[in-house]
Structure formats: structure tokens, C-alpha cells
Write a protein that binds this ligand. Structure first.
Ligand code: AMP
Length: 368
């Protein structure tokens, strides 16, 4: 096993297996292109090692070039693909063979096809060292494949996990244990925090309440606390950039967790998208969003009761409570649709005894 940042990876392919696959690909392509000098175009950064070994194995005259796509911008509104390193000049009438390190869903490939569509090349082919056929959903058929691999996150031989691992000669697979990641959803006072206490014990999960983290920071007079206080005191949401960064740090602090309960996060669509992207980058995902439903009058009663005990300023004033509900209705409620679209939304009646509600939540979680 090796550790890169917070994750463990186990050996998956040896250097020998990789080089043999490349040898086969080079032979196959050599047969098809022996009578001309094709241009091999490597896709940076991941393909640099593959391109190097491939060229050493390719027996006939050929040229080499590289492209680098911007991974964040994708298609701009003008339909132009953002490239950081553009297609080579003088490719008119030439045969282009793209050398990709890995093809999974096919998003990058789609961008590549788009870039080359408007060039007058003779032929355009795709060769990928690794290919996740289970998840590929592009229209373009891959012309040459080195090794078909299962849909597991891999590193090494040019591929990285947060930029580490590219220098490894072998390929490693993420050693991912089974995780459950839950979002508890509901208005202030719905019982998210109370229920999280029970669920975290039962399922051995790490509970992250963004409200609690803010309050901890306020109590300790940190910079983050000072920044958040003015918003929280009014019952407004703290800005997304601040909250997202804070949440990511909390997750990163717990690399060995069996899963997380997110309580009070996400509260906006931007936060939900950020959470999905962040978890995806760690080969994790939200398994379910469970909403605790209760009507406003009951919630106000509960919050005022809690305010007497906890001393929370935002729980002691009906105007502030109503403002929190308004924030919820305008910014957080749309997330119901976001998670429904992804078939992850579950609703639970939040009125009853604590035990009854835990029971309802447990039923949903056990059915996942
Ligand atoms: P809570 O304890 O979840 O009711 O949160 C208390 C307050 O912390 C909220 O009213 C917001 O001001 C702030 N807060 C907590 N979580 C978030 C979030 N995800 N986004 C923005 N503000 C938040």
C-alpha cells in the first residue's frame, strides 16, 4: 500500500503489464500506419509517460505533439473549447492519432473530437492506454485500447491524485472502503443536530455541522469566527466561499472516517455543486439527502425553547428566526429538486418523539 495525501492505494498493474500493453498497441497501430508518418498527439498532463514509452515501442517514422485542455472551463458560451496548449500547426492532410492515458466518461474525449472537428486532417483516431468501458458514455468508438479496467480510481504512470503519484512506474488503485455519506436537510429547528448524534453512533459516521464549526470559531475568536459572526447574528447565510472552504477542511481532517453526516450543509445550490465536485475528486459521493419535515409554528416553538437553554442569539428572537426561514425558502429549498434529479432525496416526518424520528431515518438509511 502507498499513501498519497489522505488516501491509501494498493498495487493494481505492474510496470511489465503496462509496457506489454503499450507494445501491443504500438504494433497494432504500426500495421495500420506503416506507409505514412502519422502525428501522435499526447494529452497532457496524464499521458506524458505513456507517450514516451509508446514512441519508444513504435517502429516506423512518426511525429509527436501535445495538447492540453483546460479542465474547468469546458465549452464556453461561444462553443469554443478552452485549450491551454493548442493543436499543432500543419496538420492538414495528416493522420492524427490521439494518445490518451485514460478514458472514463469520455468528457475530455468529447472536447478533443470537438477541437479536431474543424481541422482538415486526413484521419483522426483515438488510442487510450486505459479504458473504463463500464462508464464510458461517449458516441465516439475508441480505436485502440491498451487495457480495459474497472471503474476504480487509479494513480501512477502519469496519473495523479491531487498532483501526486504521476512519477510511479506502476499503477495503483484506490483502497476505498464502503462509506455512507448523508446530508441532513431541513429548516432550522427540524432536529438535524439531535438526530445526527444518534446516527453517528449507529453508523460510525463523522458528524459535521457547519453551524457548530462557526460557533466554535466565534467562541475562540478566530478570524473565521469574526467574519461569520455578523451574518449569523442576523440570521443570514455566511457567504459560500467561506463555508465551502471550511467544510472541505473539516472533511480533510478526517481521512479515516467511514462516512460523514453533513448537517446544515449544503444550504445553497453552489454549495451542493461544490460538495459533489469535492467528493468526486476523492472518489466519494453523497449517498442520500434526508429531509426532516415540520411546519413553521412547531419549529419556532422548538427554537425559542432551545434559545433559552443554549443562549444562541439567533434562537431567541422571532424576527431572526423568520429571517432564517426566509433564507431557507429562497436559497436552500431549491436543493430538494437538485437531489431529486439525482434520485437521492428522501423525506421523513420530523414531528414525533426523538426515538420515533430516529427510527424513520434508520429505515431510509438501511434501504440505501
Ligand atoms: P445552524 O446551526 O445550522 O442553524 O447554523 C447557524 C448559522 O450558521 C446559520 O444561520 C448561518 O448563518 C450559518 N451557517 C451554517 N451553515 C451554513 C451554510 N452551509 N452556509 C451558510 N451559512 C451557514
Amino acid at each position: 500500500m502507498i499513501r498519497l495525501h489522505d488516501k491509501l492505494f494498493k498495487p493494481f498493474l505492474t510496470e511489465k503489464q503496462i509496457l506489454e500493453a503499450i507494445q501491443r498497441m504500438a504494433q497494432e497501430i504500426a500495421v495500420d500506419y506503416k506507409d505514412e508518418s502519422p502525428i501522435f498527439v499526447g494529452v497532457l498532463n496524464g499521458a506524458f509517460m505513456f507517450v514516451s514509452d509508446f514512441l519508444k515501442a513504435y517502429p516506423h517514422p512518426c511525429e509527436v505533439s501535445f495538447v492540453k485542455l483546460s479542465s474547468y472551463h469546458g465549452l464556453t458560451s461561444t462553443g469554443i473549447v478552452e485549450t491551454l496548449l493548442d493543436v499543432p500547426d500543419n496538420i492538414e492532410g495528416r493522420s492524427i492519432i490521439i494518445l490518451e492515458d485514460i478514458i472514463d466518461t469520455g468528457r475530455t474525449l468529447q472536447k478533443l473530437v470537438h477541437i479536431f472537428r474543424n481541422t482538415k486532417v486526413k484521419e483522426f483516431k483515438i488510442a487510450s492506454l486505459f479504458y473504463k468501458s463500464e462508464v464510458y458514455n461517449g458516441e465516439y468508438a475508441i480505436d485502440y485500447v491498451g487495457l480495459e479496467i474497472p471503474d476504480k480510481f487509479i494513480v501512477g504512470y502519469g496519473l495523479d491524485y491531487k498532483e501526486l503519484g504521476r512519477n510511479l512506474r506502476e499503477v495503483y488503485q484506490l483502497n476505498q472502503k464502503h462509506m455512507i455519506n448523508l446530508v441532513l436537510f431541513g429548516k432550522p429547528g427540524a432536529g438535524k443536530g439531535t438526530q445526527a448524534q444518534f446516527l453517528k453512533e449507529k453508523y460510525n459516521l463523522k458528524h459535521i455541522s457547519t453551524g457548530d464549526v462557526f460557533r466554535y470559531n466565534i467562541k475562540n475568536g478566530t478570524e473565521l469566527g469574526t467574519l461569520a459572526k455578523s451574518y449569523i447574528d442576523k440570521g443570514d447565510l455566511v457567504p459560500d466561499e467561506v463555508t465551502i472552504k471550511m467544510l472541505e477542511d473539516e472533511v480533510d481532517k478526517n481521512p479515516d472516517a467511514d462516512g460523514f453526516i453533513f448537517d446544515g450543509f449544503p444550504r445553497t445550490t453552489t454549495q451542493a455543486e461544490a460538495l459533489d465536485n469535492f467528493l468526486e475528486s476523492k472518489d466519494m459521493k453523497v449517498d442520500a439527502t434526508i429531509a426532516l419535515e415540520a411546519n413553521d409554528e412547531i419549529l419556532i416553538e422548538r427554537l425559542l425553547e432551545r434559545g433559552k437553554v443554549s443562549g444562541r442569539s439567533d434562537d431567541q428572537d422571532v424576527t431572526k428566526i423568520r429571517n432564517r426561514f426566509d433564507e431557507y425558502n429562497s436559497k436552500t429549498a431549491p436543493l430538494k429538486e437538485y437531489y431529486e434529479d439525482r434520485k437521492k432525496f428522501h423525506s421523513v416526518n420530523g414531528i414525533g418523539t426523538i426515538e420515533e424520528i430516529t427510527e424513520r431515518l434508520t429505515k431510509v438509511i438501511d434501504s440505501l
